[in-house]
Design a protein around this ligand. Structure first.
Ligand SMILES: [Zn+2]
Length: 511
């Protein structure tokens, strides 16, 4: 049974749902005014993995991520770029989608745009005014937190303490300093919509309430987002929604930890933001996903000390680089499998359902499988689950070494166990959304690069074969031929291509 830590109750609770019943999940998406940085990928990767695991145990999931395409930041940025809010939003939304694709985030079913739901928001706001939870003031509409008896329950704040904090910025038109805008009167030259309170646009919090309810119903199973959204954004979403429906807005509130750089944080204002596009010039999408999942989702994800403004700073933070190296170990194992079996990883079948009474021919896999499931059941402990995959990879490599699986001496039993372990690696990797790419297709023009390398290897092997035919090791021709094969190897090494001569033939890898 899956246990999920619920921010609302501050404890782990069993996630109960009838088998086969659809799970509804809403996760707050981006405000699309800048290209995505790697922090924007944390939530999508985590909740994509949550969805994959829920699917795996048998629940279909309907998952919504909203796109905030009207907002102060968009208005300011579009003016700086001398473009329209709409154009900027479309361009940055396309960038966001591209990043999701690169990280194998495939589970999002709907991406509602705030601007497509304005009428629903106006309706909800009107109803909140009728019910006495909201009031118009000077063309704005505010939510009155003193009318909501349990305001502060998600963040665990007392509204009076909030008021004390909020008093730093007094606003004479609000009834309580903590009241927040549901509707904002339009300023000149801003995008605006007609409403009963005059032209304006919705506040950010009401966007999520309306989009979540219109696509997933009044009570969500899971509402997710970054820990920084817990207050005020999620508190306010919850207050509006429950005041509007008199029903719980979400059964489980899940909050993911944020990225940090050693002792510091990553922020545009500091100038140390790493965009996804830049990161992907140095690591693969799978490696970036692997890095995110290597930490428990509720903990901060530490990139390590890194300041790109320093001269000679490495192109990516140290912990991301280390993660990419670890991930590469899995991809090398996958290459090894392809050499051994002469099969392509991509064509292997993948089991996509939990099998509680499962037995394995290679008994060692039993423990691997049950521990993976236990860890994922325990509040989606992906870091622990990756630890289990490391163990599995270690067992597979040792088996391949001990049983000489890359040579004609390989036994049927050895090959059978290896294959079974590889299938399990694919299955568990798939739950985490990993190993979707292989080392040969990590970038560039794949078929051309591999074609050219195969040609170079063939020519080099011909030279080696000619050299071996000459018996005397002092023969100048023999030396010249080996000189050429060494030259090929070292020149390729300069291009970061490594050749590996094995009994089964020569292989290449980048890096
Ligand atoms: Zn939201």
């Amino acid at each position: 049974m899956i246990q999920i830590y619920n921010t609302l109750t501050r404890r782990k609770e069993p996630f109960q749902k009838n088998a086969g019943e659809k799970v509804t999940m809403y996760v707050c998406g981006p405000t699309v005014y800048k290209p995505s940085h790697i922090g924007h990928m944390v939530g999508p990767v985590i909740f994509d993995t949550v969805k994959r695991y829920l699917n795996y145990v048998g629940y279909p999931v309907s998952w919504v991520v909203n796109i905030t395409d009207v907002d102060d930041k968009l208005i300011v940025r579009s003016r700086e770029l001398n473009t329209s809010v709409k154009e900027l939003a479309e361009k940055m939304t396309a960038d966001y989608f591209e990043c999701l694709k690169k990280l194998n985030v495939t589970g999002i079913d709907h991406f509602p745009r705030a601007t497509e739901h304005i009428q629903g928001m106006i309706h909800t706001i009107s109803r909140l005014i009728e019910k006495g939870y909201a009031y118009p003031a000077n063309g704005d509409v505010y939510f009155n937190i003193s009318q909501d008896r349990d305001y502060g329950k998600l963040a665990g704040f007392d509204p009076e303490e909030l008021d004390a904090g909020a008093r730093l910025e007094p606003n004479p038109i609000k009834k309580n300093p903590g009241d927040f805008a549901l509707w904002k009167a339009a300023k000149p030259n801003e995008p605006s919509w007609e409403s009963p309170w005059g032209p304006g646009r919705p506040g950010w919090h009401i966007e999520c309430t309306c989009m979540a309810m219109s696509l997933l119903g009044e009570t969500l199973d899971i509402h997710g987002g970054g820990l920084d959204l817990r207050f005020p954004h999620h508190e306010n979403e919850l207050a509006q929604s429950e005041s509007y429906t008199d029903k719980p807005f979400a059964r489980f509130w899940m909050h993911n930890g944020l990225l940090k750089l050693g002792s510091g944080k990553m922020a545009g204002s500091i100038g140390n933001v790493l965009n996804v596009e830049t990161a992907l010039k140095h690591v693969s999408g799978g490696a970036l996903r692997f890095f995110i999942l290597n930490t428990h989702y509720r903990s901060p994800i530490d990139l390590g000390e890194w300041d790109p403004r320093e001269p000679n700073a490495p192109p990516i933070p140290p912990n991301l680089a280390a993660s990419a190296k670890a991930y590469d170990g899995f991809l090398r194992l996958i290459e090894r499998f392809e050499r051994i079996s002469k099969q392509k990883w991509q064509t292997l079948p993948v089991a996509d359902r939990l099998q509680p009474q499962r037995t394995f021919h290679w008994s060692l896999l039993q423990g691997i499988y049950s521990r993976f499931v236990e860890l994922m059941d325990d509040d989606f402990n992906t870091g622990g689950a990756l630890g289990v995959l490391f163990e599995l990879a270690g067992h597979l490599n040792r088996l391949a070494d001990q049983e000489n699986l890359e040579t004609p001496a390989a036994t049927e039993t050895g090959l059978k166990s290896f294959h079974e372990g590889i299938l399990l690696l694919k299955e568990l990797g798939h739950i985490l959304g990993l190993f979707f790419e292989t080392r040969g297709n990590l970038g560039g023009d794949d078929s051309l690069v591999s074609g050219l390398l195969e040609l170079i290897i063939e020519l080099r092997n011909n030279l080696r074969a000619e050299a071996k035919k000459i018996p005397s090791k002092d023969d100048p021709m023999k030396k010249a031929l080996f000189g050429q094969t060494d030259l090929i190897r070292s020149r390729l090494a300069e291009l970061k291509v490594t050749l590996e001569d094995r009994p089964s033939g020569t292989t290449w890898r980048i890096g």
